[in-house]
Design a protein around this ligand. Structure first.
Ligand SMILES: [Cu+2]
Length: 166
């Protein structure tokens, strides 16, 4: 009887550990990364309508984050950046001018990288790339350079300066 009890306790403990392990992989902030990449990809294609639409989605997501679900450290990091991220996302979402969208995307990316460094948004690598022409950064899921500031005009201009989750 004692053995069975121990076995049950062991299984329960293992199960809890598995659950927690999964929790650390994604947070309420994880969807923001996918949304950020959608905006970036639209700018790589110089598609201002898509960039605006995806920024609208980002804006909704960033304003809808359930703060109470976040660990204290993540919440602190997020709260310092939420308004800044929302500000630039709103401007991109309301604009049809790709140059104007790219201006905001530079600031947006700098703030989003601060978030990605402070909060583990994914287990996959996040590449932080720099465009010397625009003097601005962006985040990418791939190491290969596809420049969102110039698109096809200068698609491979830039280099990765930092990698998260290497
Ligand atoms: Cu603006």
């Amino acid at each position: 009887m004692k053995k069975i009890f121990l076995l049950v306790a062991l299984i329960a403990t293992t199960f809890t550990h598995l659950l927690f392990a999964q929790d650390t992989k994604s947070t309420a902030l994880t969807p923001l990364l996918a949304s950020y990449y959608d905006i970036k990809d639209a700018l790589v294609k110089s598609n201002s309508a898509d960039a605006a639409a995806h920024s609208g989605e980002f804006l909704k997501a960033v304003n809808g984050v359930d703060m109470k679900s976040l660990p204290a450290a993540d919440m602190t990091a997020f709260m310092a950046l939420q308004e800044k991220l929302a500000f630039d996302a709103r401007h991109v979402s309301e604009s049809k001018d790709i140059a104007h969208q790219r201006e905001h995307f530079a600031n947006f990316s700098a703030n989003f990288f601060k978030l990605a460094k402070a909060v583990k948004l994914t287990d996959k690598p996040v590449y932080f790339a720099y465009c010397p022409m625009k003097k601005s950064y962006w985040l990418s899921a791939e190491a290969g350079i596809k420049n969102p500031y110039f698109g096809s005009q200068m698609l491979t201009c830039g280099n990765v300066t930092e990698t998260l989750n290497k």
